[in-house]
Design a protein around this ligand. Structure first.
Ligand code: GLC
Length: 240
């Protein structure tokens, strides 16, 4: 294995979900941590991921991307890495909340899940037309956003161009790691953008259909679930 590789992985349902498999993964990673950097990339905010690192078998990472790509922090210092998100002039949370309050089918998530650059709602089985309409209406009032809908339930509203994928690309570039040396793994729709940046993708076996249907030379569909699926994918990519 050559130097400077990076694994950027989603947490819930991807690395977490099978304690035994996670333990195997942690042991495998422990033998390689001098050559493989590890980053957790979650829809949850950074403090919540830190809590999981402290209370589960998740090995200590080098950094955490939290809030669906809106936060990047070094671990364990919790210091910011670079300047991210970079472009936020057009982010106007009050205007966004105001417009979205017209939609009774959207229920705002509890305050503990919201952050400076992340407004999230629950909306069951949102049709694509609804998402397109919201995106268009926000554009009309000069509020361009990224809308990330996942798990038939979670709607994340983020500054345009900010998501799990762009945050990962920023971090890899900040660390000067070429995209071909970056592995990404996930299980639901908020991971979709991870698979659009030239990285080597791993979809775990227990993934939702929104990722299972992806078909590309840069995406390995693992048969095993959770951390075992991540490891299966890493074995595949390292043997290419
Ligand atoms: C996590 C976050 C939630 C977000 C979801 C999808 O569950 O806590 O706020 O909507 O991920 O990104």
């Amino acid at each position: 294995m050559e130097d400077r590789h990076l694994l950027i992985s989603d947490v819930d349902g991807t690395l977490l979900g099978d304690d035994r498999a996670l333990q195997n993964f942690a042991e495998w990673y422990g033998q390689r941590q001098d050559r493989l950097r590890l980053v957790y990339n979650s829809g949850r905010l950074v403090p919540s991921i830190i809590e999981s690192i402290e209370t589960t078998g998740l090995p200590a990472p080098d950094a955490i991307i939290g809030g669906v790509g809106t936060q990047i922090r070094e671990y364990p210092s919790n210091g910011e890495i670079g300047h991210w998100p970079a472009q936020t002039q057009s982010w106007q949370p009050l205007k966004i909340c105001d417009l979205l309050s017209e939609y009774s089918e959207l229920e705002m998530q509890p305050a503990e899940f919201l952050a400076d650059y992340k407004i999230s709602y629950y909306v069951a089985d949102a049709p694509a037309e609804l998402l397109a309409e919201i995106r268009r209406r926000l554009e009309e009032i000069s509020c361009p956003v990224d809308l990330i809908y996942s798990s038939h339930r979670d709607l994340d509203v983020l500054p345009r161009g900010v998501n799990k994928g762009t945050a990962s690309a920023y971090l890899a570039s900040y660390w000067s790691i070429p995209e071909s040396n970056v592995f990404v793994s996930g299980d639901t729709g908020n991971d979709l953008e991870l698979f659009n940046n030239g990285f080597r993708g791993i979809v775990v076996g227990n993934a939702h259909p929104e990722l299972k249907s992806l078909n590309s030379d840069l995406i390995y569909q693992a048969t095993q679930s959770h951390a075992a699926g991540v490891q299966e994918g890493l074995n595949y990519w390292f043997n290419q």
